[in-house]
Design a protein around this ligand. Structure first.
Ligand code: G3H
Ligand code: ZN
Length: 277
């Protein structure tokens, strides 16, 4: 069933678990992620970023993912990831997304607060919850041109109070798109933020976090954990193996079988670390 971010968050409040938001790019990885959630009988978030909506226009992607969510036997939230402007967020809502992230993390604090307030007003009027980011989670790839900066707990409090966002992404040591699990999470900073901020917290760039630290995250007020690279690697590396194993095969439906299973297995593994299933 298609659910909003708030419904997903309410389901994990007070429990030592968090919901993964897996970045998906089309039917195959979305189907594999939903299969993982159904295997564990747990809720899940399908997240689509700029790359995904540049590849498949948002009106098609929204219909596809919402339709898949509606037929799932578990709660599935369809989420816009790192929306960079008002128009993109509004378009996602128009096309059925049940959750949006506005990412003003590269703006000065006052401007991030002002633009987030405008988006919260519009999204809440449509019944859609909003995630925003304070501090900035950087990228392992410098060509992304994203300036990283850790979240200051006091700023997080001001931001949460003034914007009224439903979930708050914070920068506590993770880095987007790491292929190895070598991020160093600052649990003291996370605790200091949580001591001042009531809003449920979100961790981005979670592929780079060790399994042990992912398990530890759920003991904090972290309700959503974003994972992209881990399942892109599962799909891509397995597809390469399949193409090498079957060099004469050209039917993509056949070639996609094992990569889809690899995504499902990788998603199940992450969900178990997050205390689900
Ligand atoms: O917003 C998406 C995520 O933060 C994914 O990060 O690809 O490093 O797991 P990741
Ligand atoms: Zn992210």
């Amino acid at each position: 069933m298609l659910v909003t971010l708030t419904e997903v968050i309410d389901g994990v409040k007070g429990k030592e678990c968090a919901i993964p938001a897996f970045n998906v790019f089309g039917y195959e990885d979305a189907a594999a992620v939903i299969a993982a959630a159904e295997q564990l009988g747990a809720p899940v978030i399908l997240a689509t970023n700029k790359v995904a909506i540049e590849h498949m226009p948002i009106q098609h992607l929204g219909k596809l993912l919402c339709s898949m969510a509606e037929s799932a036997s578990v709660p599935v939230c369809v989420h816009l990831d790192h929306g960079k402007d008002y128009e993109t967020v509004a378009e996602a809502i128009m096309h059925g997304y049940s959750s949006v992230m506005y990412d003003g993390s590269q703006l000065p604090l006052a401007e991030n607060i002002r633009t987030t307030q405008e988006i919260v007003k519009m999204a809440h009027a449509c019944g859609i919850p909003v995630e925003a980011e304070i501090g900035s989670v950087g990228y392992s790839d410098p060509s992304m041109n994203v300036k990283a900066c850790y979240t200051e707990p006091e700023e997080a409090r001001t931001f949460a109070e003034e914007t009224g966002v439903d979930a708050l992404a914070v920068a506590v040591g993770s880095v987007h798109r790491m292929e190895e699990q070598t991020a160093e999470i600052q649990f003291d900073r996370l605790q200091a933020i949580q001591d001042l901020v009531e809003t449920p917290l979100v961790i981005h760039g979670s592929t780079g976090i060790t399994d042990e630290d992912v398990k530890r995250l759920v003991t904090f007020n972290v309700v959503k954990v974003n994972i992209g690279t881990a399942i892109r690697m599962a799909f891509g590396h397995t597809l390469r193996e399949e193409m090498n194993r079957q060099p004469r095969q050209f039917d993509r439906i056949t070639l996609f079988q094992r990569p889809m299973q690899a995504v499902q297995d990788a998603a199940v593994k992450k969900m178990k670390l997050l205390g689900l299933g």
